[in-house]
Design a protein around this ligand. Structure first.
Ligand code: ATP
Length: 437
């Protein structure tokens, strides 16, 4: 393609490669033909993973309906403004808005193209703080059933009493923000305001603005969220500011990684770390405190029932097992986003079954599920198979059968017990026994 005798292909390639929008295009066979650098960053995949391969192969889609690109290819209709939050292979939280279009040439469909706008920063700085408006977070609002999390809250309570600077260390979504606000409300007498500073390096005036704000504040809590996101210069400005105001206010900061590593990687200023290090609280990732998953789901679903009036009571055993084996790179926030996503699809269901899980989550747990789910053929004796003791075999067979029946009846105990020809109490007893083995 040329214009004024200039080959435009080179310009089009440049536009594709130097663009703030992720672009992914496929042909009618589902093969990737364009996958730009921005899309690579967003999805955390390599071009080599994608080129010359059918999108079906790469993602192992079990159902073409579930890929927007393939859906558009099949229907010929555009799908616009789909918002998604997920954690890519590097454990980074990403929020995108996607538009997917059919590509038509001379009246014939020749492929489909997806444009993905990365709105992660906008989401973090604007939408999430807005969502939390009106809700005051105390230690009671934080799910802390695991020993590790109860310990975190104990130390946080001590920090509130001591009113010393606090450093909260933990991966994205572990609840640092909540613990900071919990500390604020646990101070006695309670400090006046809880101010969150989203450490956005793109704002060169950020520390100057904080300085102006501090001049008008009396005895408040200042939470500097993710201080490692500031430039070194901004961090130095913050150190100077803290020295001026440390007697007046309670300062809390958070970091997403081990601060010693951050210092070694020159992402955190040593002096800033020293200021906060007196009280360091490490919040462990969710995969190291699985006991918190179930109570978090319970309290989240209870809120759903109150707000949306639906019937959701919990998740099936199968989903619970998958949750316990997934590594949750986005921690409780990822679980929350997942529940929210499913919440919008629920109408009359009482339990979240495997089928209700969003496709992107099914992909993440697919391998584990394939390796662990019992199949009917597991109970057939095969020549090469090692025999297991009878009581073990019966236990597994019972668990397999009970789970199947419970799933069939959406975990409605009364209906499942009826189908199994036993009392509700008997079924509940067997479920408890199954969970404890
Ligand atoms: N222990 C918890 N109890 C209840 N909700 C939680 C808990 N931990 C996280 N959440 C949920 O996850 C969301 C994100 O948590 P939060 O913003 O505190 O994470 P964070 O560690 O500050 O993450 P980031 O480093 O990305 O800012 C919260 O708004 C809350 O809804």
């Amino acid at each position: 393609m040329t214009k004024n005798n200039v080959d435009l292909t080179v310009f089009y390639n440049f536009i594709t490669d130097n663009n703030a929008i992720g672009i992914h295009a496929i042909n009618t066979l589902g093969q990737t033909i364009i996958y730009n650098d921005k899309m690579k960053k967003i999805e955390g995949l390599n071009l080599d993973d994608m080129s010359d391969r059918s999108i079906l192969d790469v993602f192992r889609f079990s159902n073409a309906e579930e890929s927007t690109l393939l859906r558009v290819l099949q229907s010929g209709n555009e799908v616009l403004n789909i918002k998604q939050t997920y954690w890519n292979q590097n454990g980074q939280e990403i929020t995108t808005i996607n538009d997917t279009y059919p590509v038509i040439e001379d009246g014939h469909l020749v492929g489909a193209i997806e444009f993905s706008r990365d709105i992660t920063t906008l989401e973090k700085l604007v939408h999430q703080p807005l969502q939390r408006y009106g809700e005051s977070i105390t230690f009671d609002s934080i799910t802390a059933v695991s020993t590790a999390m109860r310990r975190v809250l104990q130390i946080a309570n001590k920090a509130a009493i001591a009113r010393l600077p606090v450093l909260l260390i933990g991966e994205s979504g572990t609840g640092k923000d909540l613990v900071a606000e919990g500390i604020h409300h646990a101070t006695e007498p309670e400090l006046n305001d809880f101010i969150t500073v989203y450490c956005n390096r793109a704002d060169p005036q950020i520390i100057t603005k904080l300085n102006e704000q501090l001049q008008h504040l009396e005895k408040s809590t200042i939470f500097c969220e993710r201080i490692e996101y500031l430039t070194m210069l901004q961090q130095q400005e913050l150190v100077d500011l803290l020295a001026d105001y440390s007697g007046e206010h309670l300062f809390i900061a958070s970091v997403g990684n081990d601060p010693i590593d951050l210092i070694a990687e020159q992402q955190l200023l040593k002096e800033l770390y020293y200021f906060f290090a007196a009280m360091s609280i490490t919040i462990p990732p969710l995969r190291e405190r699985l006991d918190d998953i179930s109570p978090f789901i319970q309290s989240h679903l209870a809120r759903y029932r109150r707000v949306f009036g639906n019937q959701l009571k919990g998740v099936t055993n199968e989903v619970e097992q998958l949750f316990n084996h997934y590594d949750w790179p986005g921690n409780l926030k990822e679980l929350e986003v997942l529940l929210d996503e499913m919440g919008t699809m629920i109408s009359t269901e009482e339990y979240i079954t495997y089928d209700l899980l969003p496709h992107h989550f099914k992909l993440k747990v697919q391998e584990y599920r394939e390796n662990t789910t019992f199949h009917a053929e597991d109970f057939v004796i095969q020549a090469e198979q090692e025999l297991m003791p009878l009581d073990h075999y019966l236990r597994e067979a019972e668990a397999y059968y009970l789970n199947k029946v419970l799933d069939k009846y959406g975990h409605n105990i009364t209906r499942a017990a009826e189908a199994l020809g036993m009392s509700r109490q008997n079924l509940q007893y067997r479920i408890r026994k199954m969970k404890s083995t």
